[in-house]
Write a protein that binds this ligand. Structure first.
Ligand code: CUK
Ligand code: CUA
Ligand code: CA
Length: 639
């Protein structure tokens, strides 16, 4: 099949199907939810995958025992509220870093240290036990990852978590005030951008659901608004917010620090899905960051409710004059999903979702608009081309090509951005669709190695398929999702591997392993309550408040037993004095809801009430030594 044929085949059936989508999108989407037996029967012709190379390619992702992966993958943990770390290209899950929800292995949500990060109510219990993470992104320097931090969102409770990449732990969680459904997240890509402003990396956060501001419970949805938030990467405080018409779905940032953007699917400001898909076009909103920071500095802002965070006015009505505008609403087709920045720094790409198109927006033109040099904002769109049905997210190979998932077609389409711009400008011979690959099934996010960095290397593409159906052994009604790995180093995409994944990661990033240098042993002095010598161990009583200090060194705890009185409020502090890499101990107390770990040279503590008289064998839960089973301490509670 020639390239010409490929593009014709892909484009011509679209016209008919575009109508289908516009007029009967409800039925179309309902059909997807039901997920017909053969999801790709309606798909347009597919480029043949070279059958020959397939087997060899697949072998390339199978690492021999002891071989290490060449890339890290950071996967959002979805409902488990953690960040998963994968080795790529093998797809092996190496660890999970709990953030928003309790974790029984490390004792996240059990130790005092983790509860402090997660936040507690007055009675000491966790504020939230549930989470819904979608997006994970890491900190940048000069357009590539710098290995300092990663951030992840919790959509349900509008929280952003920071993960320290030296120890792979979550160290801060920030609430976004007056936000519901916090969805897209993206940090600055350059650092620093502008010495004139007090600059540290900023993390931009999109508020998806519009609510009454202040949230009085009004049912007049036309008055609801959403907020776009800027969080300081170092302090993790919310620096400012922008009041918006419509909603924020995904977020992208430019490489020069001047612009951030969010795609909107609900310019209608509807409260039902029928209302949300009433208009033919929605928007990609651009934020002029320098102007917003200047407005905040000048005091032109409001605050809402209890929040002290300055909120500037980014609504359409208040931003009609390009000379002073803080925001610009670029019109893009119907209920777009996903906005992604190309690695050359030139374009943002919005995928149409209910329109079969991808829109390419040239950033220099958006800047021209703010400078009064582009009369019509719509002229910032340099291409609006048909890609296939249900386009969602776009990744890049650093060679000028984009890869967009087609949810309804169950495909990924490879297309050339400059060719699409030529095609849009009138050159109908320009071949922009280069390849299509069937996926299994219904893909959402995808990401290529180093995709949204200046160092995009175009080797592998991972795709998060929402439905796995028949791809794995059946395990009852709840199916895993299917993460598919694709070789994109050649002209044709080649499917390499399927991996089941527990729902629902949504988004992920993949980057070269040498960008990270994690530490494997903690520093004792970094913990203020560390028990540096086993001789400091003991039971220290202050009325009913008791502190138990203990250390661990395989195969023993420093206290073979400790005595308490029924009703004592106990804080137990445990320092792991073992210095050997990989020598973790656990500490569990039967019937007291206590189990946590201490890594080498780490200190952790728990607080509980000794509310039952009796003997309780505290034991090490992490296999550490030939005498691991014998590694115990007796908690004796006198009645
Ligand atoms: S959203 Cu889930 S597939 Cu939250 Cu990034 Cu598009
Ligand atoms: Cu210590 Cu097992
Ligand atoms: Ca809409």
């Amino acid at each position: 099949m020639s390239d010409n044929k490929l593009q014709e085949d892909s484009a011509s059936p679209m016209l008919g199907r575009r109508k289908f989508i516009n007029y009967t999108a409800l039925a179309g989407l309902a059909g997807v939810a039901a997920c017909s037996e053969k999801p790709s029967t309606a798909a347009p012709p597919v480029a043949p995958v070279p059958a020959a190379g397939g087997g060899d390619h697949a072998a390339s992702v199978h690492l021999k025992p002891g071989e290490l992966d060449t890339y890290y993958g950071f996967w959002s943990g979805g409902h488990t509220g953690d960040m998963r770390v994968l080795g790529m290209p093998s797809g092996r899950e190496i660890t999970r870093i709990p953030c928003f929800a309790p974790d029984a292995l490390v004792g996240w949500g059990i130790t005092n240290e983790s509860k402090k990060v997660m936040g507690t109510k007055a009675d000491g219990s966790l504020r939230y036990n549930v989470a819904d993470t979608h997006h994970v992104h890491a900190s940048y320097k000069d357009g590539n990852y710098d290995g300092r931090y990663a951030w992840i969102n919790d959509k349900i409770n509008a929280r952003v978590a920071r993960i320290r990449l030296d120890y792979f732990v979550c160290d801060k969680i920030t609430d976004l005030p007056n936000v519901q459904g916090f969805h897209g997240i993206f940090p600055d890509k350059a650092d620093p951008v502008d010495a004139a402003i007090n600059y540290t990396t900023r993390v931009f956060c999109g508020g998806e659901f519009s609510i009454p501001l202040p949230n009085t419970g009004s049912d007049d949805a036309s008055q609801y608004r959403s907020l776009f938030s800027c969080v300081d990467a170092e302090t993790m405080e919310v620096r400012w917010q922008v009041l918006l018409d419509g909603n924020c779905d995904l977020v992208a940032t430019s490489y020069d620090g001047k612009l951030a953007a969010t795609n909107q699917y609900n310019v209608e400001m509807g409260a039902s899905y029928e209302d949300m898909m009433a208009a033919e076009r929605d928007a990609c909103v651009f934020f002029n960051i320098a102007r917003i920071e200047a407005a905040v500095k000048a005091g032109s802002f409001k605050t809402y409710g209890d929040s002290k965070v300055p909120v500037v006015d980014g609504t359409r009505a208040a931003n009609q004059d390009p000379a002073t505008a803080l925001t610009a609403y670029v019109s893009v087709p119907k209920n777009p999903h996903g906005v992604n920045a190309s690695p050359d720094g030139k374009y943002f790409i919005c995928a149409g979702k209910l329109s079969p198109t991808g829109s390419v927006i040239e950033l220099s033109r958006v800047l021209d608009y703010f400078d009064g040099k582009l009369a019509k904002l719509d002229d910032a769109i340099v291409a609006e081309v048909e890609l296939g049905l249900g386009p969602l997210h776009t990744a890049f190979d650093g060679r000028g090509n984009a890869y967009t998932t087609l949810f309804l077609d169950s495909q990924v389409v490879k297309w050339n951005v400059e060719a699409a711009i030529k095609f849009h400008a009138g050159d109908k011979t320009a071949q922009y669709v280069l390849d299509r690959l069937d996926l299994s099934y219904q893909p959402g996010h995808l990401n290529a190695t180093q995709s949204e960095t200046r160092a995009a290397d175009g080797k592998y593409l991972a795709v998060g398929c929402k439905f796995s159906k028949d791809r794995f052994l059946p395990v009852g009604p709840l199916h895993p999702e299917n993460e598919q790995l694709i070789d994109i180093s050649g002209d044709k995409m080649v499917l390499l591997a399927d991996h089941p994944v527990r729902g629902e990661p949504h988004d992920f990033i993949i980057f070269k392993r040498d960008l990270l240098r994690p530490k494997q042993v903690y520093t004792l002095e970094d913990f203020p309550h560390a028990i540096k010598d086993p001789k400091e161990s003991g039971v220290f009583r202050d009325g009913r408040k008791v502190t138990v200090k203990m250390t661990s060194q395989a195969p023993a705890f420093s206290l073979r037993d400790f005595k308490l009185k029924k009703g004592d409020e106990v804080t137990l502090i445990l320092t792991n004095l073992d210095k050997v890499e990989d020598l973790t101990h656990g500490f569990a107390i039967p019937n007291h809801n206590v189990n946590f770990i201490v890594n080498p040279q780490e200190t952790a503590s728990v607080t509980f009430t000794a509310d039952k008289a009796g003997v309780f064998w505290c034991y090490c839960t992490h296999f550490c030594h030939a005498l691991h089973l014998e590694m115990r301490s007796r908690m004796i509670v006198e009645g």
